[in-house]
Design a protein around this ligand. Structure first.
Ligand code: NCD
Ligand code: ZN
Length: 351
């Protein structure tokens, strides 16, 4: 039940999350576990998580840092490379909890240098994915340095994604962290079996946020923030309630000094408010009644997972985000650091 000031939702899932490894894990995993019942953990570690065995070992390291009493299930994705063996798909399917493979075009983003150099090199893997029903999670940007950085997602649709969806007509594809009107139009008009995640930053901010009062490295992520027209298209799409769109924060922590640098890393940390930021975004577009399905139904349904038991309660009560959070030996500067967020997590119930 929800009133103007409280919002009770089925416990949600985050279908795109970076939690890193080692010391960093313990710093960031509790934020996600305090909100989400499950998260699809991205495999772009160094070295990347390439095999089912590596993914399960990584999952165990994540489970080991969960605070006592939290119910949280990491779901895994394997990092696709030019040399991934097609048999790895069957190995992944045989072990539960691995939802698919992540396609990073080589050089597209943080820790993507081991990624795929030409999509046709992985046709054997894609065929097995199509047969088994595991999904392909896609970072959808071309890497050609001659293409304007703001056009790389749209160009990827035309040159890679649309042809791929046709060549493998039953392949299940999640177009991750979509940022443009072109991506919205592609996903909403695509064949069955194609869906997309949407981040809070791309619903809340446009590219002006990169330059508001000066250069703002903590607003830099990939795909980069886009125009206001693109942001509006994303907002309209989630307001429509399309079951093809679901929550994936892309929370991507980087130690402060690596972002506040002459060559700052891409990635926005949002796990500290991974649901609250969406509540703000949905409220701003008059779509709070659409939040539960976006956060807790569409992704689970797409992946054929049961919807979660239990509920979370948010209250409309401003809180101040700390200027930093601890992160291993350093700190992270979270989205809205030193500013306020309109919604607050009040409770996780019955999980
Ligand atoms: C991500 C990261 O830091 O791992 N960065 C980002 O800007 N989103 C990688 C990614 O998802 O592209
Ligand atoms: Zn990501």
């Amino acid at each position: 039940m929800s009133t103007a000031d409280t919002l009770t939702l089925r416990r949600p899932d985050d279908f795109h999350l970076h939690v890193r490894d080692g010391q960093a894990l313990a710093a960031v995993v509790p934020f996600s576990a305090a909100r989400f019942a499950r998260a699809l953990v991205m495999p772009n570690l160094r070295p990347p998580v390439r095999t089912a065995a590596e993914a399960l070992a990584y999952r165990d390291r994540i489970l080991a840092v969960l605070p006592a009493g939290t119910q949280f299930t990491p779901l895994m994705s394997l990092y696709l490379t030019d040399t991934t063996a097609p048999e790895e798909v069957e190995r992944a399917r045989a072990r539960g909890g691995i939802l698919g493979f992540k396609l990073y075009p080589a050089g597209a983003t943080t820790h993507s240098d081991a990624g795929v150099t030409d999509i046709r090199r992985v046709d054997g893997v894609l065929e097995r994915l199509q047969e088994t029903g595991l999904a392909l999670q896609v970072h959808g940007e071309v890497t050609d340095a001659r293409i304007d950085v703001f056009d790389r997602e749209a160009r990827f649709i035309d040159t890679v994604l649309a042809p791929l969806a046709e060549r493998f007509p039953r392949l299940r594809i999640v177009f991750e962290h979509i940022t443009t009107r072109a991506a919205v139009e592609f996903v909403l008009g695509a064949r069955a079996g194609i869906a997309a995640t949407v981040t809070p930053q791309h619903l809340l901010m446009n590219r002006n946020a990169l330059f508001a009062g000066g250069l703002r490295p903590h607003h830099y992520c990939l795909p980069v923030l886009k125009s206001e027209a693109d942001r509006e298209a994303l907002c309209a799409a989630v307001r429509s309630g399309s079951p093809r769109l679901f929550l994936g924060t892309d929370s991507a922590p980087h130690e402060r000094a690596t972002k506040e640098s002459a060559c700052g890393c891409a990635g926005i940390f949002s796990a500290h408010a991974g649901l609250e930021l969406y509540a703000e975004a949905f409220e701003a577009i008059g779509a709070l009644d659409r939040l539960e399905a976006f956060a807790a139904h569409h992704g689970a349904d797409f992946y054929g997972l049961p919807r979660n038991a239990g509920q979370v309660r948010l209250v409309k009560q401003e809180w101040a985000v700390p200027s930093t959070y601890p992160f291993g030996d350093g700190t992270i500067v979270a989205l809205r650091a030193g500013e306020r967020i309109a919604w607050r997590m009040a409770a996780v119930e019955g999980a």
